[in-house]
Design a protein around this ligand. Structure first.
Ligand code: F6R
Length: 611
């Protein structure tokens, strides 16, 4: 969380940093700030979104060729001007931005206070900066060395970038546990949390690794480890177009990303699934097929929406591959003393590839000898690099904070992995295998059909937008989709929503049902159909309002529900890829009807790089 951008070179730094911060705002938007160096350091910061900072800077002196910028997701200290980054050191000569958490900041702070340091903010960042300054003053003024010494004493995660008034031609950055990319231009360098602020200027990038320090001048990039050994920077070419990170005519990234799904799913299948030949080609899966085939157990580790994708996969893998699957919240798994046996495979699912809990959880499993298979969207991300093998989802940059297209792409990859594995293990008969390949291939067109119901779903949103609570129910493959629908609604509309297995509602949640409660049933035609029909009747008997996502031609549920959203008929294994789309649209439209910022819901950030 938190977005950082920095520039050093011949151009004006401020416009580059400002534009970059807007692109990184999905990582946090509690406050924003810049430090610009032109003879002296000028720091401007403001509570709220980047636009508020921009407005406050109209007419101010922003000329500089070196600068750092930050958009914050608050951890230590409430969102406020004073807690916004960049922070200045006690002498006023160093400015720093930070993404991450310094866990031992309290001890460091009290040590510094004993030495007379005073703090203007409540942040751990200001503590780290003054800790660096204190070492710097006492070590004869070698800032690089001071940073190295300080970071060796720090517990926690960080990306920091430091600007020194006395060395206007140098930026120093370091990373542990949070992402950092360097853009390499001609006589200029860029730094950012991801490549989106950089691609407009250069496609040559270096991904900084943990425990590395980058010393940047306009015409020089030096990479070192914390032991002061020089490293050779590995310059990669970015495969990302500017259009992919812009709204392209939509009113929000969320809507754009929902509507991109026919393409993103197609891109995810392309070159991998060939229904005519009956093949699935996935080199990452092939490279660890022997382990997968012989797996005693598969553990899927993820958070949030990615965890929901894992839950659908649990049903699919157990059904098709006959391997036991457990789906774990990374945040719980990492702090337990989990039992990992020989023959266990870990599948880590993450859009960003930077989620701190997932990253630490897989590192822990790796230490115990597990094989890690990553299903990730962001190429080169930390989890991608920590995995032994994997498959990318190819959904393109997801900028809306609520995950939509990444989720369906994760499901597609997980389904392909399950199909390929079941075929290799001989746990699926050929007819069903070919049928499912065909079903998967038809999904992009079917998703496009579901999207045609956008207007209808918008009308439903208007009808139900004032409800105080929602219940989402589903069974089998659609149970995780009920969870996902509820999560989407909570995030985007701030309406309380709960997802539940439809049959489980009798054990408690049914007490919530009255004539004011909308109950969304995810009830496409599958082997649980009759059962879910009974569950709908149970809600209707208690005067609940039923909105049902059903398969086309399902007159039974259509006759019972208050409102229906129809999706094309599909095999139950791939049906979640269709039934989730109306739920994404419903939460989008309710959020819009309530005049909320659907791309940047309050308190959230896209990439959760703190635990
Ligand atoms: C919800 C959402 C989050 C993420 C979760 C994991 O819409 O986006 O719940 O799914 O923070 O993030 P990744 O997939 O990046 O590990």
């Amino acid at each position: 969380m938190c977005g950082i951008v920095a520039y050093i070179g011949q151009r004006e730094a401020y416009p580059i940093i400002l534009k970059g911060l807007k692109r990184l705002e999905y990582r946090g938007y509690d406050s924003a700030g810049v430090a610009l160096l032109n003879g002296s350091l000028r720091v401007y910061k403001k509570k709220g979104k980047v636009a508020a900072l921009e407005e406050s800077l109209v007419g101010k002196a922003v000329h500089a060729h070196a600068g750092i910028g930050h958009t914050r997701w608050a951890t230590h200290g409430e969102p406020s001007d004073r807690n916004a980054h960049p922070h200045l050191s006690a002498s006023g000569k160093l400015a720093m931005i930070h993404n991450g958490i310094i866990e031992n900041y309290a001890q460091l702070k009290s040590d510094l206070q004993k030495k007379g340091y005073e703090f203007k903010s409540d942040t751990d960042t200001e503590v780290l900066l003054n800790f660096i300054e204190d070492i710097h003053i006492n070590n004869g003024g070698n800032l690089e060395e001071a940073i190295r010494i300080a970071l060796r004493r720090v517990v926690g995660a960080y990306v920091i970038v430091v600007l020194d008034q006395d060395h206007p031609d140098t930026l120093i950055a370091a990373r542990k546990g949070s992402p950092l990319v360097i853009g390499v231009g001609k006589d200029e360098h860029f730094l950012a949390s991801d490549a989106s602020p950089i691609i407009e200027y250069t496609k040559e990038v270096v991904y900084v690794n943990d425990y590395e320090l980058a010393i940047l001048k306009p015409d020089e990039l030096v990479l070192k480890n914390l032991g002061n050994d020089k490293l050779t920077p590995f310059i990669q070419k970015l495969d990302l177009e500017l259009a992919a990170i812009e709204k392209g005519g939509y009113d929000s990234f969320m809507l754009k990303e929902i509507f991109e799904q026919p393409h993103t799913i197609y891109d995810c299948l392309r070159g991998r699934l060939d229904a005519t030949a009956g093949t699935i080609t996935m080199s990452g899966v092939q490279s660890c097929m022997q382990y997968l085939k012989e797996a005693n157990r598969i553990l899927i580790i993820a958070c949030g929406t990615s965890w929901h994708a894992g839950l659908v996969a649990e049903y699919i893998i157990e059904e098709l591959c006959r391997i036991p699957v457990e789906v774990e919240y990374a945040s719980e798994f990492r702090y337990r003393n989990p039992i990992i046996n020989k023959g266990d495979i870990i599948i880590a699912v993450s859009q960003s590839g930077e989620t701190a809990d997932t990253l630490v959880a897989i590192e822990k499993a790796k230490e115990q000898g597990a094989i890690i298979f990553g299903i990730l969207n962001v190429v080169g991300s930390s989890i991608a690099r920590a995995s032994h093998a994997g498959a990318y989802t190819h959904a393109g940059p997801e900028i809306g904070v609520a995950s939509t297209k990444a989720f369906t792409a994760q499901l597609v990859v997980l389904t392909m992995v399950a199909l390929k594995l079941s075929n290799e293990r001989g746990t699926i008969d050929q007819k069903r295998y070919l049928h499912l390949l065909n079903e998967l291939q038809q999904i992009p067109d079917k998703v496009a059909t579901v999207l045609q119901q956008n207007e209808h779903i918008s009308a439903l949103a208007e009808k139900y937008k004032d409800a105080r609570d929602f219940l989402y129910l589903g069974r089998g493959y659609n149970f995780p989709i009920a969870l996902e629908g509820a999560l989407k609604l909570k995030e985007i509309s701030y309406i309380h929503a709960e997802g539940y297995p439809a049959a489980e509602m009798k054990h408690g949640p049914i007490a919530l049902v009255d004539e004011k409660l909308p109950v969304v049933f995810v009830a496409t035609r599958d082997s649980y159909h009759e059962k879910i029909v009974s569950n709908i009747q149970e809600i209707k008997a208690r005067k609940g309002k039923v909105v049902a996502v059903i398969s086309e031609g399902d007159d039974v549920i259509e006759g019972m529900a208050d409102d229906v959203i129809k999706v094309p008929e599909a095999d139950e294994i791939v049906a979640p890829l269709l039934s989730v789309i109306p739920l994404q649209l419903l939460s989008y439209h309710i959020g819009m009807a309530k005049d909320l910022d659907v791309d940047k819901p309050r308190n959230l950030a896209k990439s959760v790089t703190v635990e």
